[in-house]
Write a protein that binds this ligand. Structure first.
Ligand SMILES: [Zn+2]
Length: 430
């Protein structure tokens, strides 16, 4: 463990620490961020009204729109001279989301990352190949400084040029990979194609920045020979390092001394209990540059406070089922792309790359899955091909309760992403 004294605190001690920090950060946000002062004043809420952890429920949520409306720096709580780094989300629509960090924020961030990497089983002897993009994206730099803090070796390769990445992985003898799960899979496929898969020394893959499924992890383990773990975070609260899986792979441990998690039923404005599934809310307990109270992550998960077999007592969040933003509504049925992935990854006949195309034809929603076969030979055998398509359709119907059109395509015919993968094309929006 990187911070054993914090990671094994009793529940009572964790809550005491959280309450002390919550009271502080609420007052700090109220006194230093105009939006929070206005919000509190509008409902007559004062920082001194926060006397217990439960009192957090009096505070209004913060949403992505709030961050956009205050673009770029209006949520910063310190003068610019105290901000020593800025990151921003990729911003697929309109302006990006920005985040500012003080020196202390960067130090805390590195600590969170170092803990998450140690949870995954990394030590100061590991050589980390970072295939996350370096830039405004929080992934590259965020992991980079956490790896250094752990005392391991960083190879800051960044994204792009996959064949060169394979050469470096091999020549530098990297033992740990930092990538999105889809890119880790692409690296594995490429190494196999180049005939050097057996020369790689990778033992760990710490994946994040996009949702992954248990089946995807199993595939990474089988093909790349690594122990895969997932980590979680988002730019709005500072980036990766909010939570990470330990070797037990029984949920992601949340850095609870830095983030206060809640699970909410937004529709009924209600905070849910342990084990109940709902939207994750996060409050930053230590951020100086840009404190955020009760951020609506849009990620659906649940929490457990049971101490883990690994010895850590930090709460664990379940793998994110799907972002509410990612949910597709097809003919009135809710479908998460992760459900489709779990079916496809669970079938050994198939490759690991797929795409989902949603359209509307004659006022009727259609959904098509294009997936690569594992072996080209299959495409020449019409009988086998038909049988496989029928099997995929059947498996998908069981999980998503819809008739899905399935198209099998040749290996490597679907374009690979070098950063975050975009699996879904929704043509209905045109
Ligand atoms: Zn654990």
């Amino acid at each position: 463990m990187f911070s054993p004294e914090t990671e094994t605190l009793s529940r009572k001690k964790i809550q005491e620490l959280q309450l002390e920090r919550l009271k502080y950060i609420v007052r700090y946000a109220y006194e230093n961020v105009a939006m929070y002062k206005e919000r509190f004043d509008a409902i007559g809420l004062k920082p001194e009204h926060i006397r217990s952890l439960k009192d957090i429920e009096k505070i209004p949520y913060t949403t992505k729109d709030d961050l956009r409306d205050n673009y770029p720096f209006k949520l910063f709580a310190v003068p610019m001279k105290k901000i020593i780094r800025i990151h921003a989300s990729s911003g697929t629509t309109g302006k990006p989301i920005t985040c500012g960090y003080t020196r202390q924020d960067l130090d805390n961030w590195s600590t969170c990352i170092a803990r998450v990497l140690a949870m995954a089983g990394a030590t100061d002897e590991d050589i980390f190949h970072v295939a996350f993009g370096y830039g405004l994206f929080t992934g590259g730099f965020g992991l980079h400084y956490g790896i250094e803090k752990l005392g391991a070796t960083v190879v800051p390769v960044s994204s792009g040029n996959t064949e060169r990445q394979i050469m470096l992985l091999k020549d530098f003898g990297a033992t740990a990979l930092i990538a999105t799960p889809s890119y880790a899979m692409y690296l594995a496929e490429t190494a196999k194609k180049m005939g050097v898969l057996g020369d790689l020394r990778l033992r760990l893959a710490c994946v994040g920045a996009e949702a992954s499924t248990a089946e995807m992890h199993e595939s990474l383990r089988n093909i790349l020979g690594v122990f895969p773990t997932e980590n979680y975070g988002l730019t709005e609260v500072g980036g990766p390092g909010v939570a990470g899986e330990c070797r037990e792979k029984a949920g992601m441990h949340i850095n609870e001394d830095m983030f206060y998690p809640e699970i909410a039923d937004i529709e009924h404005n209600k905070v849910l209990g342990e084990g109940e599934k709902g939207e994750l809310l996060l409050t930053t307990l230590t951020k100086e540059g840009m404190p955020i109270l009760r951020y609506r992550t849009k990620d659906i998960t649940s929490l457990t406070y049971e101490p883990c077999k690994c010895g850590r007592t930090l709460a664990r969040m379940a793998r994110v089922v799907g972002r509410t933003d990612d949910m597709l509504i097809i003919r009135g049925v809710n479908v998460f792309p992760s459900q489709i992935e779990s079916v496809l990854m669970g079938m050994p006949e198939l490759g690991k790359t797929y795409e989902i195309i949603v359209d509307r034809v004659n006022y009727m929603d259609t959904i098509e899955v294009r997936v690569e076969v594992g072996d080209t030979g299959l495409l020449d055998d019409y009988g086998k091909l038909e049988a496989l398509v029928a099997k995929i359709k059947h498996n998908l119907r069981v999980v998503v309760q819809l008739d899905v059109k399935v198209k099998l395509v040749e290996p490597f015919s679907i374009k690979r992403a070098e950063g975050k993968v975009k699996r879904v094309t929704d043509l209905r929006k045109k």
